[in-house]
Design a protein around this ligand. Structure first.
Ligand code: ATP
Ligand code: MG
Length: 450
């Protein structure tokens, strides 16, 4: 790649030192005073230039990780293949990375092996120039030099920033093939920054998106969270669908959306996902917390219900089918994006509680109210009602009301509920006879787990 160095002097750009976090400044200064080069880099420089608040502050330096460690008591080295220094100030973390170079075999700082032959280091250190061309997009390869507060631009990133363009550095196809997750990153930045993609950066996603199938599911899960819980989830969702990538991440959800549209021109699934994302984006804008399990429960709700119907057809009774379907859907989804146990448990609880919320009984309603997932499950019920299920209006009001009452009044409200008779022994027996425990055979293609 043809590299030309452009230095934008302090007076010619908009970054004010005061906008950089104190902890990041401390790290930059200490490195610099010890004689090393120290730059703020990546998303922080991009966002500051755009007048946005950066999510985190990353530092790049020519100091080696152990040299960084020697300078900071609060430093931890992480990563085996790529060693990074994490400098911790309470809960604030500044990541310091040594400039990386290309893996061309000539580099004397190449891999070290321990006695067992395991690679302990695979760092190829390099110069600032080499570090810049290993980054993904030109707008992410701007370096703010703490020494004179200038910006170093080696990839014409400033021009692209001004033109609102996401452009891959180097040969686009090679760089996407090197790391297909860059396609998801391009989409995320297009949504977050409201930028367009440069033609090749855009076109090649259609050609190469299948490469995402080779990415470990745990990494895809992390990227999914960034896409949907980064404050621009709604835009990301529509872009992912436009680029035919959503179907690679959540094939059951995409199938549900398409089936609904084809069958009866119904958009319930699409609408509930959109509404959940609008709410999530709003909460993030307001600095409120969001629960990824809630959103995942929304995404897979329709698929779960379809499975539930199939299990009922196979003879399972309602609750049993609900449990089987929740299990089935989560297992199948994990072939595409992993879901940590903590979250999959919460998703199941949210789904299972829907049944109790839809049919509150005298015996159980108070316990449901005390359930630690009540709030999430109740929000889920409200969302269903708001978007498509008008029949839930009355029961939603009942749950809204009961939460505002004193314990005595709550008990009264529950006592006023009708008595639900237990199923007769004869009926239970009949159901039991019909029940199969076999797993559903269906037409979703499942990727072998990695
Ligand atoms: P944000 O933190 O707002 O999501 P960011 O640009 O800071 O955006 P990070 O994931 O924090 O994104 O990465 C920091 C920097 O590391 C990026 O700006 C980019 O220069 C580089 N980078 C991250 N991931 C990749 C990748 N897959 N390929 C090449 N460079 C990358
Ligand atoms: Mg970042």
């Amino acid at each position: 790649m043809n590299i030309q160095k452009h230095i934008i002097q302090k007076k010619n750009h908009s970054i004010k030192k005061e906008a950089i976090s104190n902890n990041a400044l401390k790290v930059l200064y200490r490195l610099n005073e010890a004689g090393y080069q120290a730059y703020l880099v990546g998303g922080a420089v991009r966002d500051l230039l755009l007048g946005k608040q950066p999510k985190d502050f990353d530092v790049a330096t020519n100091a080696r990780p152990d040299e960084v460690k020697a300078l900071f008591r609060n430093c931890r080295l992480i990563g085996r293949r790529f060693r990074l220094a994490h400098i911790l100030y309470g809960r604030d973390l500044i990541e310091v990375a040594t400039f990386r170079g290309p893996h061309d075999g000539k580099n004397i700082h190449r891999a070290n092996q321990n006695k067992e032959g395991r690679i302990t280091r695979d760092n190829v250190y390099g110069s600032l120039e080499e570090d810049a061309v290993r980054r993904d997009f030109t707008i992410n390869a701007l370096y703010y030099n703490i020494k004179d507060e200038s910006i170093v631009d080696l990839t014409r990133g400033i021009n692209d920033l001004n033109d609102h363009t996401i452009r891959m550095i180097g040969d686009t196809e090679t760089r996407y093939k090197e790391d297909p997750v860059r396609m998801l990153r391009a989409i995320r930045f297009a949504a977050k920054l409201d930028f367009k993609m440069e033609q090749q950066t855009h076109d090649l996603i259609f050609k190469l998106s299948d490469l995402l199938n080779d990415i470990p599911v745990a990494r895809l899960f992390d990227e999914t969270l960034k896409l949907f819980q980064g404050g621009y989830g709604c835009k990301c969702f529509f872009l992912l669908r436009e680029y035919n990538i959503f179907t690679l991440l959540f094939p059951m959800t995409e199938a549900a959306i398409l089936t609904e549209a084809e069958a009866n021109n119904n958009q319930d699934t699409l609408n509930i996902i959109e509404q959940a994302l609008i709410n999530t984006d709003d909460r993030i804008t307001q600095g409120k917390s969001v629960n990824p399990a809630f959103f995942l429960a929304v995404l897979l709700w329709k698929a779960m219900q379809d499975y539930k119907r199939q299990f009922i057809k196979m003879g399972q009774h309602d609750m049993e089918a609900l449990f089987s379907a929740s299990h089935e859907v989560i297992i199948r989804q994990q072939a595409h994006t992993s879901i940590p146990k903590r979250l999959s448990l919460m998703m199941r609880e949210i789904w299972h509680l829907q049944a109790q919320l839809q049919h509150p009984t005298r015996k159980r309603a108070l316990r449901t109210l005390e359930n630690k997932r009540f709030r999430a499950a109740y929000d889920f019920l409200l969302l269903r009602n708001q978007v498509s299920e008008q029949a839930l209006t009355e029961v939603c009001q009942w749950w809204t009301e009961i939460q505002l009452k004193s314990p005595t009044e709550q008990k009264k409200l529950c006592d006023a509920l009708g008595y639900t008779p237990k199923k007769s022994a004869k009926r239970r027996k009949r159901r039991k006879k019909k029940t199969h425990t076999s797993t559903i055979v269906n037409d979703f293609i499942v990727k072998p787990s990695e």
